[in-house]
Ligand binder design. Structure first.
Ligand code: BGC
Length: 753
């Protein structure tokens, strides 16, 4: 690690200037501090050559477009994601980029969020594992990551003003969990605070978020950079813990910082610290630049194809109509086969070095088989009977039809949300007609956000979810269709039966600049499982061209780590990869908990007939819930179910693990209930006092039982002050207060502070 430059010679003006950009993508130089280049991110390098903008409008230099997070996440493969990070780092270095603005790790709270294609999953453990791998890979090349968008930025609607109103448990257990994990395990060079407010306070001005949680609790020592334009009050932001405002404000906000320090409204030490952090980051970037790296664009395209194939999910494959065999005649239908959609719109848009066309790639692998193509529909949603008739005609004449369906670029993007999760009606009508003449129909889905698939699942025997796969997606789709690669992708989001079933259906996207996260912890599969709702495809689902059996599940724990082991056997006739998923449950929990939660996963590649003993390491801490009464994580004592399976709804084996929990001692106050006191090991004297002072009618063995009242349960919720109040003893309350004061106070609670 390079020593931090000595900034003692810098004036206050220079230090303030280090805290905002020189232009859209560059920081300023001051004294010994050199400027840096930051740019998007995340699935390719968007280095704009001339005109600059954050919306992806002005053209950028060619770079490899890897699968966006919606696709990449479906690989469930941390090693693959790490390799993508390395490749992105190499390209960043070639293009002179010091910090690549990614990964986007917000949780997919609602399928309508327009930017879900830039995020990995509805689950924080999966997101955390993939994000860690991406950051580690990128930073191994000397390029900094920017973990974004911190935090609770789960919709595009009104994103620059809206307050995400989230309770502490979902905030900690769902929305901050992946951020915490990646900060602790991969030490990203920067974290990007989001546009939105969190419980009323702008992320950029949120001292609790940027300092108390990010730095003091998680130990983050890098730079907090604002999302582009997210700073409304630079002085408040610096005081809260922001280091770098991007882009610059032409010097206006630097002057405001200087004026605030001079007026005594801002601690100069805070400005010094921010400048030091920016200087340390610039130093790291400078050190990396001294060792040039190169890359081979063709090799990166090949990597993009390998990765993309790993991201395809085989949703269904009735009668094993996939893989296709060379020599079959194939009708390829759909605009997206010729004009592929492979990334989303907005700031992440990459100018790809080359693009594989699915139709051409299918032709290349089809051997002697005739491949005919029909567009079938237009992406402007107008029905074109001629296009449809052509498609039906070639489908009827072929052995198999491969129909590409999906959303057009204009239908989903950064900056706005979708109103629904429907495929265009015209595409479903086309599919209905194709299937009528050609039962052997394969659907390939192209989209950034979840689609309602019940109609497709009812029509087509085979469905491939190709999400958005980056520039080599066309080749990857062909590889999967013809079995050159056996599919192994898994869904990272549940596909609901109807939009009305989704957790935030009535609360999304909020109103009057507030969005209430009323579903709490119950996001994604946590919600569908708790409500026992039928889903079209569950979280974690994905088929293969082979089959796997699970046996001999064991679980052991030592030193805060839990080792889950299971034997997986390839019981089919092809080599393939299984993604083994581990969920835990605590049905007797004292707090509300989803029926099962992902805690770990692993991949295994197996030849036919082969077995492997697969190990999944869980952290004991991942069993914890956020205890709001003491503001910290608590692992509950007792038995946990440990389940392994092939999806959240395909659990193959379950065993039990007994865990010694964390002590939780709540302070006894006048407001403590009798039930709480009875569970407190220190409360003996208090119980004796209450036995002497409780009003006779309230004792558990009083006449209530004769009336059919369970007195023990009824009085358990009575606060102590009420018990002594009912006793009619004029000194009761004073005696009770003295007794409480004489007891050891338990833990400090947030309310005490
Ligand atoms: C986006 C960020 C992006 C930045 C710079 C913003 O509008 O929210 O994700 O990194 O622009 O382009």
């Amino acid at each position: 690690m390079e020593p931090t430059p000595d900034l003692t010679g810098l004036s206050l003006e220079q230090k303030a200037a280090l805290g905002s950009g020189a232009d859209f993508w560059t920081t300023k130089a001051a004294g010994p501090v050199a400027p840096m280049v930051l740019t998007d991110g995340p699935h390719g390098v968007r280095k704009q050559a001339e005109a600059s903008d954050p919306l992806g409008l002005a053209v950028s230099l060619p770079a490899t477009c890897f699968p966006p997070a919606v696709g990449l996440g479906q690989s469930w493969d941390v090693e693959l994601v790490r390799r993508v990070g390395v490749a992105l780092g190499q390209e960043s270095r070639t293009l002179g980029v010091d910090v690549l603005l990614g990964p986007g790790i917000n949780i997919k709270r609602d399928p309508r969020c327009g930017r879900n294609f830039e995020y990995y999953s509805e689950d924080p453990i999966l997101t955390g594992a993939l994000g860690t791998a991406w950051v580690a890979g990128l930073q191994s090349t000397g390029v900094g990551a920017s973990l974004k968008h911190f935090a609770a930025n789960n919709a595009e609607h009104d994103r620059m003003r809206s307050s995400s109103d989230v309770d502490p448990r979902p905030l900690r257990e769902i929305y901050l969990r992946a951020f915490a994990h990646i900060v602790r395990t991969a030490a990203p060079w920067t974290v990007m605070c989001s546009y939105n407010r969190i419980n009323g306070v702008h992320a950029a001005e949120n001292h609790w978020l940027l300092t108390a949680v990010l730095r003091d609790e998680w130990g983050f020592d890098g730079v907090v950079v604002s999302d582009w334009g997210a700073v409304t009050d630079r002085v408040a932001a610096v005081a809260a813990g922001l280091d770098l405002e991007m882009p610059g404000s032409g010097g206006a906000s630097d002057a405001a910082v200087v004026a605030a320090v001079r007026a005594g409204d801002l601690d100069p030490a805070v400005v010094d610290r921010a400048a030091e952090r920016v200087a340390a980051l610039a130093k790291k970037a400078e050190a990396a630049r001294r060792h040039p790296v190169g890359h081979d664009p063709a090799a990166h395209h090949a990597l993009a194809r390998e990765v993309a194939a790993r991201c395809v999910v085989l949703l269904q494959n009735d009668n094993a109509i996939l893989p296709l065999s060379a020599g079959q005649s194939i009708a390829v239908i759909g605009e997206f086969a010729e004009n592929p959609r492979y990334q989303g719109g907005g700031s992440s848009r990459v100018n790809a070095t080359q693009v594989d066309i699915p139709l051409a790639e299918i032709r290349a692998l089809a051997g002697q088989g005739a491949v005919r193509f029909a567009r079938g529909f237009t992406t402007d949603d107008t029905t074109d009977e001629t296009l449809r008739a052509e498609a039906v005609e070639i489908a009827a004449a072929a052995d198999t039809a491969v129909v590409f369906l999906g959303l057009a670029a204009r239908q989903e993007s950064e900056g706005f949300d979708r109103d629904d999760i429907e495929l265009p009606a015209g595409q479903l009508e086309l599919l209905t007609e194709v299937v009528r003449v050609q039962p052997a129909t394969v659907v390939v889905l192209v989209h950034g956000g979840v689609l309602r698939l019940a109609p497709v699942a009812g029509l087509a025997p085979a469905i491939l979810d190709a999400a958005l796969l980056g520039q080599a997606g066309g080749g990857a789709i062909a590889d999967i269709l013809f079995g050159k690669v056996t599919p192994s992708g898994r869904l990272t989001e549940t596909v609901p039966v109807r939009i009305q079933d989704t957790p935030a259906y009535v609360a999304f996207p909020g109103e009057n600049s507030h969005v209430r996260y009323g579903e709490g912890l119950y996001v994604g599969y946590r919600w569908y499982d708790a409500r026992e709702l039928e889903v079209t495809y569950p979280f974690g689902h994905g088929l293969s061209y082979t089959t796997f059996a699970y046996s001999d599940l064991t679980v052991t724990s030592a030193d805060d780590m839990i080792t889950v082991q299971v034997t997986v056997t390839n019981t089919g006739s092809r080599a393939g990869r299984e993604v083994v998923q581990c969920y835990t449950a605590k049905p007797d929990s004292s707090v509300t908990r989803p029926p099962r939660e992902l805690k770990g996963f692993a991949v295994t590649d197996l030849e036919p007939g082969m077995s492997e003993r697969v190990s999944i390491m869980l952290r004991r801490d991942d069993l914890a819930y956020w205890e709001t009464r003491v503001d910290r994580w608590i692992v509950e004592d007792g038995d946990y179910q440990v389940c392994v399976g092939a999806s959240s709804r395909d659990i193959r084996l379950t065993t039990q693990l007994t865990v010694a929990g964390d002590p939780l001692r709540l302070p006894i106050t006048l407001d403590s209930t009798l039930g709480e006191v009875m569970n407190n090991p220190d409360a003996g004297p208090l119980l004796e006092f209450l036995a002497r002072n409780a009003p006779p009618g309230l004792s558990p063995d009083s006449g209530g039982a004769a009336l059919g009242i369970d007195m023990a349960r009824m009085v358990a919720s009575f606060p102590l002050r009420l018990m002594v109040g009912f006793s009619q003893n004029p000194d009761g309350r004073t005696e009770l207060e003295q007794l409480i004061a004489s007891l050891d106070g338990g833990e400090e609670t947030p309310a005490d502070r």
